[in-house]
Design a protein around this ligand. Sequence first.
Ligand code: VAH
Length: 312
Amino acid sequence: RILIIGACGQIGTELTLYLREKFGNHKVIASDIREGEAELMQSGPFEILDAMNYDAIQEVVIRYEITDVYLMAAMLSATAEKFPMKGWNLNMNSLFHVLNLAKDKKIEKIFWPSSIAVFGPTTPKIDTPQRTVMEPSTVYGISKQTGERWCEYYFKRYGVDVRSVRYPGLISYKTLPGGGTTDYAVDIYHKALKHKKYICFLNAETTLPMMFMDDAIKATVNIMEANTEKIKTRNAYNLSGMSFNPEEITASIKKHIPEFKISYEPDFRQAIADSWPQSIDDSEARDDWGWKSEISLDEMTEIMLTNLNDKY
Ligand code: VAH
């Protein structure tokens, strides 16, 4: 059976629904520090679970005979800058708990998300390579870079089968993001439908790597289902979907809502975004386990506006 820790988050919610569809509702145990959306709560087993409590995680793992854990709980970039120690403790202790359960053979396989936030201001910004200079300047990025090193250490020293990808900014209509710097790319669709205008907290030229959630879920399941010998990188694989800036996503929205207007009021998140790459080279993921993104910016805009339309 599968345990999702952080199942009520932006990725966790969609990942839980996808895995339940694929493997059967009662094969996928959702857990989080708080209850989540009705669709998630009603579709299968749910446990209130603190990702920082080792004994509580172990109890759920034993009771449900869990084999695979997807650790989706984390404090994202913007919030972690407001609460550095809380962000570090949540992001790191939760990872150690799950790695140690695998080291002690209580679970068999782990998925742990990394992020393009592991790259910093000195990293090449265009087609950022799999291996390159990484001097992250955010708490979140430091925790993800460190987490990658620990994942590789537990694989090499203890044979722990942990797999990871560096997600770009993720965009979905089923769940709202929480505390990220790329969240503007979700909020803009809601505001375009509700108000036909949006005040953006990043400037017009801020190009960032992004991906529609369906592609991210596909990458997550693909890497977990790949034969272990195909996984040659045990810290985390670069993933690439699309790259755009607020001006370009605005142009895409205006094809559907011509009167949509954007204005710019950059805040503290501009510095975070400026430290990240603009585009990512994901050729190793393509070569090793057949990864390929599908959804383009205009296709995503069509999907987002169509599915959000009846909310407003
Ligand atoms: C964030 N959505 O903004 C996350 C992600 C690359 C961005 O890590 O913090």
